[in-house]
Design a protein around this ligand. Structure first.
Ligand SMILES: [Zn+2]
Length: 237
């Protein structure tokens, strides 16, 4: 960490990624198996050999495994890529974590009344309800087109970065946020089109947040086919 970086600045920006993803999406994690675990790995990421060419966040920097509800951060990828985008590793890791929590909140995120009703059940009923919910959500998640998954994770990340910038009270925090937003945009340009948000660039961040939230609700209800055509129609008009 830069010695010039004050502790107040760090505490304004380096907030728990799951909280930021919850706030940006309007969903919450119920906890237990309905909340992902977070790990960091020193292994070679799957796209390590492509680190000088075109890679993806999920192949080089982090990944989300929906079948195990598990987020992994690839330290090697973070350390190599951060300086290329003028960021300290901590801030790139933050962007990547939020992206992975974006996948997970789409998978497991719930509305507060739903969580309250599950948590209020007697233990046996609660356990069964959690297991059923997890199974159904995972089935739904696995049916969604890869394009839509990445658009959702990137959309949530964009909203988080804008929210962080808006809530930063210190000049230095705002500067760090600006650098993170710049790096996020530069990262997008380095990745395949499913990671780019060009089609949604005309939306205000409130519009983006509302539409994302609705899209996720409708997907959970099985009320729409979560493929690219539907995404582009609903999200980008
Ligand atoms: Zn992703």
């Amino acid at each position: 960490m830069d010695s010039m970086m004050g502790i107040e600045v760090c505490s304004e920006i380096l907030r728990p990624a799951y909280l930021l993803a919850q706030q940006a999406s309007g969903f919450q994690f119920a906890g237990g198996p309905l909340m992902p675990s977070e790990h960091s790995s020193d292994e070679e990421p799957p796209e390590w050999a492509m680190r000088d060419e075109q890679w993806t966040i999920d192949g080089l920097l982090g990944c989300y495994d929906a079948n195990q509800q598990r987020i992994t951060i690839f330290n090697k990828g973070i350390e190599v890529i951060a300086p290329k985008f003028g960021l300290q590793p901590e801030f790139l890791e933050m962007i990547v974590k939020v992206h992975e929590y974006g996948h997970s909140i789409f998978h497991l995120g719930m509305m507060q009344p739903e969580i309250t009703s599950i948590l209020g059940m007697p233990p046996q009923g609660k356990e069964r309800m959690v297991a059923d919910t997890l199974r159904m959500r995972t089935e739904t998640y696995n049916e969604v087109a890869r394009y839509v998954h990445e658009q959702i994770a990137q959309g949530i990340t964009k909203i988080v970065l804008i929210n962080l910038r808006a809530s930063a009270t210190k000049e230095q925090s705002r500067n760090v946020c600006d650098k993170m937003i710049e790096a996020f945009n530069a990262l997008m340009r380095r990745q395949p089109e499913e990671y780019r948000l060009d089609c949604l660039a005309h939306l205000t961040h409130e519009q983006l947040g509302k539409r994302l939230h609705k899209f996720i609700v409708l997907t959970h209800r099985g009320a729409l086919t979560p493929d690219r055509g539907v995404w582009d129609t609903i999200m980008a008009w």
